[in-house]
Design a protein around this ligand. Structure first.
Ligand SMILES: [Zn+2]
Length: 524
């Protein structure tokens, strides 16, 4: 009704711009890569191989060229680590008395770290947010004796620290560098209840699922870390008993991003782990669309999306297949749509389509690709990473991670505004999303990068739709093709991305970091 009335009042409205996407091809691709046959696309699995074969077939059909080391493929080797929980134990020792903890209920081991086989018996120290940020003269470790001890930290960061800077220092490797220097042997992480995407029961459900690391030791950022545990906030009182502090007090401070006290705890941790290791090979998939300018065609605008997901895990409501339709079938489908659409354009720079593996294992495929790119490293001028952009509401607001860091942010704003879409910076900094997807590995190699998600105005009714999606579908088997998705919203997102890619591919100058961006330091 309303639409018709509007049309009547403004009969001279300008014709809508040409549409390149309708959401239908996008959804057809998702229906294939998120099909049960693909078994949740676990890194190294047969299901992922099938999904990658489909992607290669579609890229070939679109007429773009292979740009891997083996046709479209770039093989990557991993070490897979699986915890054997029945042979593991954790207890707290208080004044010589043993307090057993229950794995899964109170805490679980993080096998992204190469956990030690030896038994650990070490005092615990609460180190606040566990951050050292020299740029802001901020140091949670100052004055603490951490030698031979295990640090307990609460995730988050104090107000006054820019979110990208805080995100950077929460990167596991950056964090461990600081604790290793202080002599610590491990970290117990308590998730900040104010920023948990889903309840503890779900994060602990798949704790024995294999974790991975890149096999090549050049990538081992966590060497020397012997213990890594994630601790249930609801059980954190057990760590704090006798310290003069309660977890409730700390959680309230952290929720408001206030400074946290730091102090030795009155308990020691005694733990034993058994981990089974295995070598796994998987692959990134890479394609290029050559540019037309004699000089600029040697530069690449990268469009990346992770293709892996969580595979087959513990059942929820009787379903064991974690299909990953939005995470990140949605990004894979966008890249395929974009390859087909841009093939019909004449672009000055080349476009590189990079489907990375092992994102869910800690951004590993992109870490490998950024260190060993299949084109000249200096020729990559920008990365647009697409991960779970969530067309679950009409697109009116885009949240742009990295908005203020480079002039890609200005280009994104122009592209979005031309479709009457507003742009906002990340207003949920505690979720740490700038370092939580593959763009971050490009950033660490000096390449300006952006990640855009469909968003909402804080306080609006749509906020609840996103919150409910994270609670119920994020990293759950129900992130499948039976959920309601707004195809028109996906299509509009694709239009914005297309316009942005074309603008950057055709600009005279390559994108630049802003003068005051922290990440400028990574330019080689
Ligand atoms: Zn994910």
């Amino acid at each position: 009704m309303l639409l018709q009335l509007t049309a009547y009042i403004y009969p001279q409205a300008p014709p809508s711009p040409e549409k390149h996407f309708d959401g239908k091809t996008w959804w057809e691709h998702i229906k294939v890569v998120a099909d049960d046959r693909m078994e949740g696309r676990e890194t190294g699995s047969e299901g992922l191989r099938k999904a990658e074969a489909y992607v290669v077939e579609q890229l070939t059909k679109a007429g773009v060229q292979p740009a891997g080391t083996d046709g479209f493929y770039q093989p990557v080797k991993f070490i897979s680590r699986r915890i054997v929980e029945k042979d593991c134990s954790i207890t707290l020792i208080r004044n010589g008395a043993v307090e057993p903890l229950t794995l899964g209920e109170d805490a679980y081991f993080n096998t992204r770290v190469d956990l030690t086989k030896e038994e650990i018996n070490a005092p615990l120290v609460f180190a606040g947010y566990g951050l050292k940020i020299p740029e802001k003269n901020y140091d949670d470790l100052v004055g603490l004796d951490l030698k031979g001890k295990v640090a307990v930290i609460l995730t988050g960061f104090p107000a006054g620290i820019p979110s990208s800077l805080a995100a950077h220092y929460q990167w596991a490797g950056e964090r461990w560098k600081v604790f290793r220097e202080a002599g610590a042997i491990g970290i117990i992480t308590i998730p900040n209840p104010a920023s948990m995407d889903f309840p503890w029961s779900r994060s602990s459900l798949n704790r024995t699922h294999p974790q991975m690391d890149l096999a090549d030791p050049e990538f081992n950022e966590l060497a020397g870390q012997k213990v890594a545990l994630t601790f249930n906030p609801a059980s954190a009182g057990k760590l704090l008993a006798g310290s003069g502090h309660t977890f409730q007090e700390l959680a309230e401070l952290a929720k408001d991003q206030k400074p946290l006290p730091r102090f030795p705890l009155q308990v020691s941790l005694k733990s034993r782990v058994h981990v089974e290791k295995q070598e796994v090979t998987s692959a990134n998939v890479i394609a290029k669309l050559p540019g037309s300018d004699p000089l600029l065609k040697n530069e690449f605008v990268v469009l990346s999306a992770h293709i892996d997901h969580l595979g087959i895990g513990e059942p929820i409501d009787g379903d064991r297949i974690y299909n990953g339709a939005m995470d990140n079938g949605s990004g894979v489908a966008l890249l395929l749509d974009m390859a087909a659409s841009l093939k019909r354009e004449k672009l000055r720079r080349s476009i590189l389509f990079v489907f990375v593996v092992a994102e869910e294992k800690g951004l590993l495929g992109s870490k490998y690709f950024a260190a060993h790119p299949t084109v000249d490293a200096k020729s990559m001028v920008a990365d647009f990473n697409v991960d779970m952009f969530l067309p679950i509401v009409p697109l009116t607001v885009l949240k742009v991670k990295g908005l203020a860091e480079s002039d890609l942010g200005d280009q994104a704003t122009l592209a979005a505004n031309s479709f009457d879409v507003r742009v906002v910076a990340d207003f949920q900094p505690l979720r740490n999303s700038f370092i939580r997807s593959d763009q971050y590995n490009f950033v660490r190699h000096g390449i300006p990068a952006l990640n855009m998600e469909i968003s909402f105005d804080p306080g609006s009714s749509q906020q609840k739709i996103f919150k409910d999606w994270l609670t119920n579908h994020y990293h759950a088997p129900s992130d499948d093709v039976s959920q309601p998705i707004q195809l028109s919203s996906a299509a509009l997102y694709e239009e914005v991305m297309r316009k942005l890619l074309i603008a950057v591919a055709n600009a005279d100058a390559r994108p630049q970091w802003k003068k005051d961006s922290f990440f400028r330091r990574y330019v080689q």
